[in-house]
Design a protein around this ligand. Structure first.
Ligand code: GYE
Length: 311
């Protein structure tokens, strides 16, 4: 069929479900996989028109995008909120316009949860707690269960639910003999992760463990550690763990640079499509939907596991 260049959106919306996706940005491999998942799911062949917006990690851009979706009278608004707070006003506007809002990936902290239909994403707090539990077992296995262990954390974007959950979850598993020397944000990017790790290494000569709140910051931290003449990974001076478990994290485990990766699944496109189909059919949807997640470390056959992974 023929579609004219300009009025494409309006014409298409006659039979296609129009979805506006307010995406966080393009800060990490995880994010790239998440964007890809939405773009390959919300296609015209599948009955959708996707209006995609990249907010470059700025909440103000996301609010603008949501307002433009409202103006374009989309059928559904999907938001992966950069940070947890500050959404009431724009969600009220969507509600006023009668447009359902679905949250995906990160969570919002709003007083009135009827402002969104539902949320689907990873259990960040559990991921953080799992990482601490893994570290405890790992150190015990090395006979270091009672040693003083110096830890630093490269945090995600401050106020993002992925940051808050992972920080709190890990804190809940801290042992009496573990010392959290410092925590600083690396904004979920490799370059900022490297920068912050460089300054940690200058400030703290005796770091035992680095917790990275995503894989990309771990890649930056590994570069910083090597540049400082130190080593990391299972055979190295510094134990380093991260969240997401993207393909490049498997490469880092295979190379012996990264100890463990705690999975966070980015493939939310089909999950959100399923939610939309249910809402279209007038069915109810579960308000909070956690995705099952695992972890991987170098005691496993990470090369073989990598082959089975979709991101
Ligand atoms: O861990 C990180 C990305 O919100 C779970 O955002 C997501 C996080 C993910 O930048 O890599």
């Amino acid at each position: 069929e023929e579609v004219a260049e300009e009025p494409a959106a309006e014409e298409a919306s006659d039979d296609l479900i129009v979805v506006g996706y307010a995406q966080v940005g393009a800060e990490s491999d995880w994010r790239t996989a998440n964007t890809e998942s939405f773009k390959t799911t919300f296609t015209e062949e599948n009955g959708y028109q996707l209006i995609f917006d990249d907010a470059q990690q700025k909440q103000e851009n996301q609010i603008k995008a949501i307002r433009s979706f409202i103006q374009q009278e989309v059928d559904y608004i999907v938001v992966a909120p950069v940070v947890e707070t500050g959404w009431e006003t724009v969600l009220e506007e969507a509600k006023e316009a009668g447009i359902p809002v679905i949250l995906s990936d990160r969570m919002m902290d709003v007083s009135d949860d009827s402002l969104y239909e539902c949320w689907v994403g990873g259990n960040f707090e559990k991921e953080g707690a799992d990482a601490a539990a893994w570290l405890k077992t790992y150190l015990e296995g090395q006979g270091r269960g009672d040693e003083e262990i110096n830890i630093v954390t490269l945090q995600g974007t401050i106020g993002a639910s992925a940051q808050v959950g992972r920080t709190d979850g890990f804190a809940s598993g801290m042992q009496d003999n573990w010392v959290m020397l410092d925590k600083q944000t690396g904004e979920f990017t490799q370059s900022k992760g490297q920068e912050v790790m460089e300054s940690f290494l200058k400030q703290y000569p005796d770091i035992d463990v680095v917790v990275c709140e995503n894989d990309n910051m771990a890649f930056g931290a590994i570069d910083a550690i090597k540049a400082a003449g130190k080593t990391c990974g299972p055979e190295g001076d510094i134990t380093i763990i991260s969240f997401d478990a993207v393909a490049a994290a498997f490469d880092a485990m295979i190379a012996g640079d990264l100890n463990a990766a705690f999975e966070c699944n980015p493939l939310h496109g089909p999950r959100v499509a399923e939610i939309i189909q249910k809402l279209e059919a007038g069915e109810s949807v579960e308000k909070i939907q956690y995705v099952d997640e695992a972890y991987f470390d170098t005691s496993m056959d990470v090369a073989a596991i990598k082959e089975t992974r979709a991101y």
